[in-house]
Design a protein around this ligand. Structure first.
Ligand code: ZN
Length: 157
């Protein structure tokens, strides 16, 4: 698949051919329809988050996508579902997660940060959390989803 890859800090992203993600038993594969540009993406490009970024890296944490594949244990979602990705991937097991504060999970990984993000044709996300993908069937137009994604981002801030 094509992806925009950061190979060195303070350089432009380059379009590269990279391996397509494959789903684990509890994962979803999304076709990325939109991915916003966040100020944090610029910090990543300029090397200001180099302590958590491994190069080469695919940025992008404001993702709207459509499920095109899923793991064998995923029952909650169906191929063709579209939604907004909650980019915080928490462990679900630490004290913070068990007390409803998964945004400060001790083992957190974030799409576009510690994990590859949405500046690609496809992205893999875990399906275990209802926070990961907001199942939206009312809004069929992608731009509505994009606006909802921005709203989701603002509510996190
Ligand atoms: Zn946790």
């Amino acid at each position: 698949m094509k992806a925009m890859v950061l190979e060195q800090y303070n350089t432009n992203l380059k379009m590269k051919d990279v391996s397509e993600p494959t789903p684990g038993p509890r994962d979803l594969i999304l076709k990325v329809h939109k991915c916003g540009i966040c100020g944090t993406d610029l910090k990543i490009v300029f090397g200001k988050l180099s302590q958590i970024i491994s190069l080469p890296h695919i940025p992008g944490n404001e993702i709207v996508g459509e499920i095109v594949d899923k793991g064998k244990d995923v029952e909650k979602y169906s191929r063709g579902d579209m939604g907004v990705v909650y980019f915080y991937i928490s462990c679900g097991d630490c004290e913070m997660c068990r007390t409803g504060r998964e945004n400060i999970c001790f083992n957190i990984k974030r799409l576009g940060f510690e994990l590859n993000g949405g500046y690609a044709e496809y992205v893999r996300i875990p399906a275990y959390s209802s926070f990961v993908l907001l199942k939206i069937q009312v809004f069929q137009h992608q731009n509505w989803l994009f606006y909802l994604m921005l709203l989701q981002h603002l509510t996190i801030l």
